[in-house]
Design a protein around this ligand. Sequence first.
Ligand code: GCB
Length: 650
Amino acid sequence: MAPGLWLAWAAALCAGALALEGGMLYPRESPSRERKDLDGLWDFRADFSVDRNQGFRERWYQSPLRESGPVLDMPVPASFNDVGQDYKLLGFTGWVWYERQVMVPQSWAQNLGTRVILRIGSAHYYAIVWVNGVHVAEHEGGHLPFEADISKLVQSNPGELSRITIAINNTLTPHTLPPGIIEHRTDRSRYPNNYFIQSTNFDFFNYAGLHRPVLLYTTPPFYIDDITVTTEVDQSTGLVNYEVAVRSSEHFELELLLWDKDGKVVAKGAGSQGQLKVPNAQLWWPYLMHEQPAYLYSLEVTLTVQTGAGIVSDIYTLPVGIRTVHVVNNQFLINGKPFYFHGVNKHEDADVRGKGFDWALVMKDFNLLRWLGANSFRTSHYPYAEEVMQMCDRYGIVVIDECPGVGIILPESFGNVSLNHHLEVMEELVRRDKNHPSVVMWSVANEPVSSLKPAAYYFKTLIAHTKALDPNRPVTFVSNTKPELDLGAPYVDVICINSYYSWYHDFGHLEVIRLQANTNFENWYKLYQKPIIQTEYGADSIPGFHQDPPLMFSEEYQKSVMQQYHLALDQKRKDYVIGELIWNFADFMTNQSPLRVIGNKKGIFTRQRQPKEAAFLLKERYWRIANETMQPCLAAIPQYLENQPFYSFD
Ligand code: GCB
């Protein structure tokens, strides 16, 4: 992007700090709501002009995209980077344009009371949306959904196609989340005219495009805008506290029914807020912590409004898991019982689709997690698709929900512009994910330079804000700073630390891992007396590389690093270490560098989701830990282990 445009764009971002308005309920069909998915092939064009601004100069949104130049077929959802054969698109930085036409059902267009909402699950990074050339929405941030009410536009042309145009810019600046820098290379003896690159300080490829489902859904004119549920447990009674926000009418009735899995109503309520009491409640338990994990009730909320023309009602059903989360002394308690995180860090990443949502991939990943005996993951390093969070609720996989605060290392990224945006992103994240029982902790950042002076105020403010948004979940960020230098750590509930002993230093010296990990645990604990999670550790291995005695990059070395860490973890896990998450679940794509061999190879599975040797080691460990730590609540595990053939989950 040319400097002028870059500045204008950065200024527009700063000016656009929005206070959040309204809810962001996941679009579900109900007797009062319909949904139409817009996934498939869209028309697409990257703006390769020098300033990347040709599309705005020529107003590509005002007429069909194919009229202003050539277009490509582009699948949605998917990253645009890897589907073609053009390397210029692979690493493209700037504006790309997506467009498709949609015919809304007659009933939506004719019934002027129907609200038609366009919802975009994720557009990385900055998006502007038009319908029939009319600007309807703008959104900053690539990992959270946004919406536009387009009722009037589709209803003014009943029976006609409507044209949806989305311009997306993947440029990252010191004030975006994650941050980045556009570097202009001006030495004409080395670089061509107008040469620039996007540089970032995170270790994954900056995939871009429409990464998650795009859809239309309807609501009646008076509608349920948001639902907030928190739960408590009083002996055998489950308490479900609810708050319902209604839009467009002040005179309404709300009725709530809580259904169990057998289709029985177990509690009833009325009004915008209150508490449902569920006698003999079935609690939501993590996978491997109970014979019946992940129990979900269904909260059916019915809004009724009496109008001159008759009764209007809106119905929304929310899955609800009853569970509690507390950090007490050195323990992380779920439903009052100590929980040990034995899990993974993931990425949304796969061949061809990049960060594009794909149900087959999601299902494969959950099957692998269950095979592995993993009970948890961190959404490193950005919020994952809502559908993934729903799967965690359904399967009992516990989540540390991380925002895109990764690579915060520049001093200007700790200023007020960045902080305000970060606060807003946390608002969007909490608004989206607050009702998921699987989410047990918020992570506001990964490996920021938390030793910088402004980090103290930055993290104090950010964590306090997150706690104000959600007083019921602990908050953390993930550190790789020394305990005595970390200015953000005093504000977290759980210390989360990453380390790569015998990988990024002491290369090849497996013998130092145990000592260094132990020392690190002890130093952190001495200073803060808070429970600790080893949120990252691991080593790259190139599948099929074998070496004994182990050498770096062989599968044996990856396994040996893990074994040494496990010795240290075992020494501390009965004490104050409350979890371990391997880096990483699967190999993933990164920028090119001499340190990366077609991406990061620290996966215990390949990018195609096949196990490396390390996966078998971890599987054995995780099932053993589950067996030991969860035994009091899970008599069925040993039997489960014995009876299961290697690849069955029944
Ligand atoms: C880290 C980062 C993660 C990297 C990993 C690595 O500390 O948090 O994003 O991918 O190390 O492999 O270097």
